[in-house]
Unconditional design. Structure first.
Length: 321
């Protein structure tokens, strides 16, 4: 059976992909360094070879036909993979390493250490995106992700970095204002920040049960960093990771009123497409960040803890924060 691609000029596929992605023959021409007439001719030639229209030509715009939509998705995915692979083959240990990470891990643990990576690898620049969304690395031009979860993602290699742990954190001024906390039960009557389900998990770890009707916190957020910011502002007790907020604890700006830390199932992982494992900048960052995690005594301490049995209530279930 003959290869159907042998009957289609790949240059026309590239032109079609740009026009479909940009939704404009004129913008595609600008990106490709061609004239608008040349783009139109290439698309028309492709439509003739396929014997069906790919675009609806309207007075001031073009839109994709159903066939065009199908071909656009496939062409964009194929060309993105081809660009990425060629870039990996020809690159040296230079360029930009693009990292996507959740805010708590990225802002509290990774960012303060990144200077050491850049000193060790001065020819690699770093672009850091902190967001709770799960990014598509291949489609968005990102190299690695630091994600929360179970570490199982199709087509990805994942390395465990940090356990998911939480404990109440308060400011010394807040503790003084409420007259102190002598037992975990005292937190039931104190202003609390965070998700009720996660507080219930921590109270369970502390041996306090049967308190579901008293768990409504005064403030919730989709990010651990925002919740702990309220604790730093003397607004209440917030659940946070003693790993991520180790600096604030060491400086005395935050206090752990109880030595009860709940560990949840899963954790935080370094992940990247498996086929890019040997790309130099990714390998350099992987080796460096795993060494950083291995050298952190708090990670070793809390990773040795057994996770809570009721793993469905993990804080990672909401936003991987």
């Amino acid at each position: 059976m003959s290869d159907i691609l042998a009957r289609l000029p790949l240059s026309a596929i590239r032109v079609f992909e740009a026009a479909a992605r940009l939704k404009s023959f004129t913008r595609a021409a600008g990106e490709l360094g061609m004239t608008q007439a040349a783009v139109s001719w290439q698309v028309k030639a492709l439509e003739q070879r396929l014997d069906q229209p790919l675009f609806n030509r309207l007075p001031r715009e073009v839109t994709l036909t159903p066939a065009g939509e199908r071909l656009s998705r496939a062409a964009t995915e194929a060309l993105s993979l081809l660009r990425s692979t060629i870039s990996d083959l020809v690159e040296t240990e230079e360029g930009v390493l693009s990292i996507t990470t959740v805010q708590s891990l990225g802002g509290q643990w990774l960012a303060p250490r990144l200077g050491e990576f850049q000193i060790a690898h001065p020819r690699i620049a770093v672009r850091l995106e902190a967001s709770s969304r799960v990014a598509d690395l291949a489609r968005e031009g990102l190299d690695v992700a630091l994600r929360g979860g179970q570490g199982r993602w199709a087509g990805m290699t994942a390395h465990f970095l940090v356990p998911a742990v939480q404990t109440p954190l308060v400011s010394p001024r807040f503790l003084e204002r409420i007259g102190g906390l002598s037992r975990p039960e005292d937190l039931l009557d104190a202003p609390r920040v965070g998700v009720a389900r996660e507080w219930e998990e921590w109270f369970h770890a502390a041996g306090v049960t049967g308190i579901s009707d008293r768990l409504a916190p005064r403030l919730t957020s989709d990010a651990q960093t925002l919740e702990v910011a309220s604790a730093l502002a003397d607004q209440g007790a917030a659940l946070g990771s003693p790993i991520f907020f180790a600096r604030e604890l060491a400086e005395g700006r935050l206090v752990m009123p109880f030595d009860v830390v709940a560990r949840y199932a899963g954790g935080y992982w370094l992940a990247y497409p498996s086929e890019r494992a040997r790309v130099r900048k990714i390998a350099a960052f992987r080796d460096w960040v795993l060494a950083q995690a291995a050298a952190d005594p708090l990670i070793a301490r809390y990773a040795a803890m057994a996770p809570l049995e009721t793993a469905s209530a993990s804080p990672l279930a909401r936003t991987s924060e």
